[in-house]
Design a protein around this ligand. Structure first.
Ligand code: IVH
Length: 672
């Protein structure tokens, strides 16, 4: 090939490289793509083909390197020019206050400006740039010496291979966190399960493992992300942390845009609380907030200890995952007779509470996760959800414990378990099973159902044992045992009377609560509300046929069939008649008092400060609207409070309007 052709090609390759990187930056840094995926793919394919034909034209900043390079034999060690320090932790407001006191005392000033950022839950890496080119990427290692992982770093979007703008020409370092987004985690795990491989237990491990691959093509498959949070340069690239972030963004780094400058500790605390509220809805995991003194000269005058800088602190959130020992897996009998696996754990502090029990969902889940008794397991508790077992840490398995086998008989009554066609669950078919009866009564008496104060799990167990309770109607015969009840341990005359009074007043609960209390499969409190509103009276509901049921909005064929069957069954009809005979007389459902929310479906998510979620939903109903528990295309409005998670994210994704509790209250009629 003539040299002019080659130089033309070299020019074309250079143009392609800069175009591709420009589009990468628009996409990954600014979230503002100018071209579609297929156009990007075409540019990329053209560059790959030029470089394959003419390897001499490949440069160290070529975006084609992002797909990975051939494996390395091992990791080279690299001594950091400036040690990569760790951060001291602060748990709670008092410790942040103490940090602020130390800082202000250390600087001898009244007021300090801070820059606060998310604390990304990934692994830190250091990137050295020389003349704008990525030369070396290393892990943190022990803080002094790390491992060279340059080919791996090149596969990570958000790490520029060549800098833009007015960057320092002399070698300087940028530090930040490599992480895996929740979406990438799911997609990578789906692919692994399909390929018959073990799924990763959490995004952090997947990211950390990804950066330590000798074959960077494997790193590339992990779809890792990066956020820059520090520059080590002499002279510094900016006089403060906040301006450093702006400059890093100009250079082409992905910088998270939730960082904030705070004028005092009060603003810092507000930021911390706000972040706690949105934690679950972020597209990636964080484990806290990092608070940094903003001005670099102040940072320098405060200096560092061997552990970490005096000018920064990590305000940590409770870990959402923890390791503990799985003592035993046992079958727990639910209200409908379903026997589900529950993990008995060595108690562990996770997600802000101590957890000794966790769910394993169903027996297939136990087999798929291959958790065994005695294993070290990962327990997860995010937000308000029930703690669950994510998986076992196989490296820590001692010996070769046998796999957990599902029970063949009911752990409570010994009846052989059955698997209903079409369901994965194992079920105890014995309606007289004491555990089922206990769960049924507990549900019947619970707050959202008949709301019988004083009739909780412990009392129910005691009364069942003594034979005072035998089934749901027996609740209304409990007064016949008044004399014996008064003699019971820790049951005075007053508390017995309170209990009997609570039972008496439960006879006139609204219809929806009564329907919910019956514990019909698929009939949660919302469905019960839908049914009550549609049919108004118990008489109408108990005689509704399938056609009438299935036309109720939100009630699908499966629930409709289940509800109809329930009311048709002889035993249940007798149960209803008996309850009515005892004087239970549910109040007819109210008609809406206004049509303010007519035709609208409203979802409440997160914590409400001024009312309970049930009250808020009841309000929507009274004002002619519908309350729902999940966000979909038909949702008209989402009211989100602190701690809102996936529902908020879904609303944002679907473009459903989101308002605060305050906004919601402002919509209501005055005095109502
Ligand atoms: S600054 C000397 N900023 O947290 C200060 N670190 O617990 C160095 N981390 O090793 C760190 N997000 O891996 C800083 N916005 C952030 C961070 C962050 C996550 C990690 C980092 C560090 C660890 C310390």
């Amino acid at each position: 090939m003539a040299s002019t052709d080659l130089s033309e090609l070299a020019k074309r390759a250079a143009w392609l490289r800069s175009e591709i990187e420009r589009h990468n930056t628009l996409y990954y840094v600014y979230d503002r793509p100018e071209i579609g995926d297929s156009e990007w793919d075409a540019l990329f394919a053209e560059l790959v083909s030029i470089e394959n034909e003419h390897p001499e034209l490949r440069t160290p900043d070529s975006p084609t390197l992002r797909v990975g390079a051939p494996p390395m034999a091992g990791f080279e060690q690299h001594r950091h020019l400036v040690p990569m320090l760790s951060l001291d932790n602060a748990f709670g407001e008092d410790e942040l206050r103490a940090f602020d006191d130390r800082v202000r005392r250390g600087l001898g000033v009244e007021q300090v400006e801070y820059f606060v950022e998310l604390k990304f839950d990934g692994l830190s890496i250091s990137l050295t740039y020389e003349d704008g080119l990525l030369e070396i990427a290393t892990t943190r290692g022990d803080g002094t010496t790390g491992e060279v992982v340059t080919p791996n770093a090149r596969t990570v979007r958000g790490i520029p291979l060549r800098l833009q703008g007015d960057f320092p020409r002399a070698p300087f370092e940028v530090r930040g966190e490599v992480l895996m987004t929740k979406n990438a985690f799911e997609s990578v795990n789906r692919a692994r399960i399909e390929a018959g491989e073990e799924p990763f237990v959490n995004p952090r491990n997947a990211a950390a493992g990804g950066m330590r691959q000798l074959d960077s093509r494997l790193t590339a498959q992990r779809q890792l992300s990066f956020f820059a949070y520090q520059a080590v340069a002499n002279p510094p690239i900016a006089p403060s942390q906040s301006e450093t972030m702006d400059r890093l963004r100009e250079f082409g780094f992905a910088v998270n845009d939730r960082g904030r400058r705070c004028m005092d500790l009060g603003e810092v605390l507000d930021f911390v609380h706000a972040v706690e509220g949105i934690r679950a809805s972020l597209p990636f995991g964080i484990d806290g907030v990092v608070v940094k003194v903003d001005r670099l000269d102040e940072q320098e005058s405060l200096g560092s200890t061997a552990r970490g800088p005096r000018w920064a602190i990590a305000s940590k959130f409770p870990a959402e995952q923890a390791l503990t020992i799985l003592r035993r897996v046992f079958g727990n009998v639910g209200r409908t007779g379903v026997v589900s696996p529950v993990a008995d754990l060595e108690p562990v502090f996770v997600g802000g509470v101590t957890v000794g029990r966790a769910t394993l969902h169903n027996w297939e889940d136990v087999a798929r996760k291959d958790v065994r008794e005695g294993d070290t397991v990962i327990v997860q508790r995010a937000g308000d959800v029930i703690p669950e077992i994510v998986g076992a840490v196989l490296d820590k398995r001692v010996g070769d414990p046998p796999p957990v086998t599902p029970p063949s008989h009911c752990p409570e009554c010994g009846t052989a378990l059955v698997r209903e066609p079409g369901y994965v669950a194992l079920k105890c078919p014995n309606r007289a099973c004491p555990a089922q009866i206990a769960r049924k009564i507990e549900h019947f008496a619970s707050r959202l159902a008949m709301d019988i104060e004083g009739l909780g799990e412990k009392q129910i167990a005691r009364f069942l044992e003594l034979g005072y309770l035998t089934d749901l109607p027996s609740v209304y015969r409990l007064h016949e045992h008044r004399a014996e009840l008064v003699g019971l341990d820790r049951m005075g005359e007053q508390s017995v009377d309170n209990l009997l009074h609570a039972i008496e007043s439960s006879k006139t609960r609204p219809l929806d609560r009564f329907v919910y209390a019956l514990g019909i499969r698929y009939v949660g409190d919302r469905t019960a509300g839908d049914l009550a509103r549609e049919f108004r009276t118990l008489e109408a509901l108990r005689h509704a046929d399938y056609e009438a049921l299935v036309t109720v909005p939100d009630i699908g064929p499966r629930s409709a069939a289940e509800i109809q069957e329930w009311f048709e069954e002889e035993e249940n009809r007798a149960l209803l008649d008996e309850l009515l005979r005892f004087g239970v007389s549910p109040i007819e459902a109210e008609a809406p008092v206004s049509d303010l929310f007519a035709g609208q479906t409203i979802v409440f998510t997160g914590k409400l400060e001024r009312m309970t979620r049930e009250d808020a939903e009841a309000l929507v109903l009274r004002l002619g609207g519908k309350a729902s528990g999940s966000v979909s295309k038909v949702t008209s409005l989402v009211v989100a409070g602190p701690g809102a998670g996936s529902k908020l994210a879904k609303a944002e994704q679907l473009g459903v309007p989101v308002i605060s509790e305050e906004d919601f209250l402002a919509m209501l009629p005055q005095g109502g």
